[in-house]
Design a protein around this ligand. Structure first.
Ligand code: FES
Ligand code: FES
Length: 172
């Protein structure tokens, strides 16, 4: 009869930790690791609007808002955002009312395959929050690090400018 296996087994921590996403709390198991936020959002919590692209912090497809700041969720350990306010594309609209950025992207028919779009829109949202009256050059600079394999850059820039107008109209 073989000896009993006496190798030490590291117990998995199962204490739940909570993430605040789009105004609601979601318990997830605390496995003591540093899983990227994008994987937890997509695979564990089914927020599949957040896309996985390069996985290396380059393309911007995985961008979400963390306390209002555009953040690459593939480079964000999940346990670093506990207690912070995470906003994904699923939480951008106010009920049935689209966010001005969503409305503008829809008006200008920006998406092609759509893979980069939630990252583009959340990047634009954070940008317009800080700069509600951007110049064309400001928009180019702000959106410069979000890649679109379908090459919709021209329309993205037009849509961000249109979103700034809509935002202003809504506040009037
Ligand atoms: S998937 Fe995160 S930056 Fe590309
Ligand atoms: S719409 Fe296809 S990658 Fe941007």
């Amino acid at each position: 009869m073989p000896d009993a296996d006496t190798r030490a087994v590291t117990p998995r921590k199962t204490h739940p930790m909570e993430l605040l996403i789009n105004g609601q709390t979601y318990p997830i198991a605390d496995n003591g690791d540093t899983r990227p936020l994008v994987l937890v959002l997509r695979d564990e919590l089914a927020f599949t609007g957040t896309k996985f692209g390069c996985g290396a912090g380059i393309c911007g497809a995985c961008t979400v808002l963390v306390d209002g700041v555009a953040t690459r969720s593939c480079q964000t350990p999940v346990n670093s955002v506990v207690g912070k306010n995470i906003r994904t594309i699923e939480g951008l609209a106010d009920g049935d009312t689209l966010h001005p950025v969503q409305q503008a992207f829809l008006e200008l028919q920006v998406p092609q395959c759509g893979w980069c779009m939630s990252g583009q829109m959340l990047t634009a949202t954070a940008f317009l929050q800080n700069n509600p009256t951007p110049s064309a050059a400001d928009i180019v600079a702000a959106m410069d690090q979000n890649y679109c394999r379908c090459g919709t850059y021209h329309r993205i820039r037009q849509a961000v400018a249109r979103a700034a107008e809509l935002q202003k109209e809504n506040q009037a």
